[in-house]
Design a protein around this ligand. Structure first.
Ligand code: ADP
Ligand code: ADP
Length: 223
């Protein structure tokens, strides 16, 4: 579903990714584990085509990302590390705006939005301004928004940073459910705890993929 081959990327003087290759599969929660500076955000910028490189290849749902038409990018849903909600809009308005960007309006949009809000268990808060929600609920809103256009691949860049343990667990559980329902999930984190519960693990360090395999193999955990 998501396949990365020999991917490299450099900023002016700093090589942030070196010959990174991996696959992320449907129905699997793949954790991308690496300390700060490992290259996780750089990889996400390349996966979302915010950055481009000629050095290596990314294939998403059968499309070469470098050549894919813009519409093909809709196969991805993304939760960025930085908060992106408009705090003065309600939850529903935040999602409606995004639905419109994907050409959805009226009843279709409303149905998709309700389904996504149900999925993340935040429909009861739909009429509230994003500002009034705590960090965990804001994150859940961003996740719901990432699902509206029914992506096949879900990219999450450290979505639990700054949340308390309870909110972290809730979000992680929701995303595990989504993977179980068939989504391809790539979840960047610097927290080893979040890796134990994942299906597959990619270990990134200083731009190099040091190890990859099932969480069970890499952590020796009982599955
Ligand atoms: P992570 O998300 O894993 O913390 P990043 O992808 O942000 O890692 O960074 C990877 C490396 O690239 C780090 O050494 C970082 O300092 C460097 N880097 C990131 N962005 C830039 C930039 N705009 N210019 C120069 N170096 C950068
Ligand atoms: P992350 O949480 O991804 O590690 P950082 O705090 O490393 O984020 O980076 C925050 C911002 O600063 C990003 O836009 C990144 O591209 C930029 N950045 C990071 N390292 C450098 C660097 N060495 N030189 C210039 N910009 C950098």
């Amino acid at each position: 579903m998501l396949s990365v081959s020999d991917l490299s990327f450099s900023y002016d003087t700093k090589q942030a990714l070196k010959d990174v290759s991996f696959r992320a599969e449907p129905g699997r929660f793949t954790a991308l584990l690496g300390p700060n500076g490992a290259g996780k955000s750089t990889l996400f910028a390349l996966l979302t085509r915010l950055f481009t490189t000629r050095d290596g290849q990314i294939e998403i749902a059968g499309h070469d990302l470098a050549k894919a038409p813009r519409e093909a990018l809709a196969v991805m849903g993304v939760v960025f590390q930085q908060p992106t909600l408009d705090l003065e809009l309600t939850i529903r308005q935040n999602l409606s705006y995004f639905a419109a960007l994907h050409g959805l309006s009226g009843k279709d949009a409303a149905m998709r939005i309700d389904a996504a809000l149900d999925r993340l268990d935040i429909r009861a808060r739909a009429g509230e301004k994003a500002r009034s929600l705590n960090g965990g609920h804001r994150r859940r809103t961003e996740l719901a928004r990432a699902l509206i256009h029914q992506p096949k691949v879900l990219l999450c860049d450290e979505p639990t940073v700054g949340l308390d343990a309870q909110a972290r667990a809730a979000i992680t559980a929701h995303v595990h459910d989504l993977a179980e329902d068939g989504l391809t999930v790539l979840w960047a984190t610097h927290l080893t705890d979040e890796v134990r519960e994942s299906d597959d693990v990619l270990l990134l360090h200083q731009g190099v993929l040091r190890a990859s395999g099932t969480a069970r193999d890499l952590t020796g955990a009982q599955a």
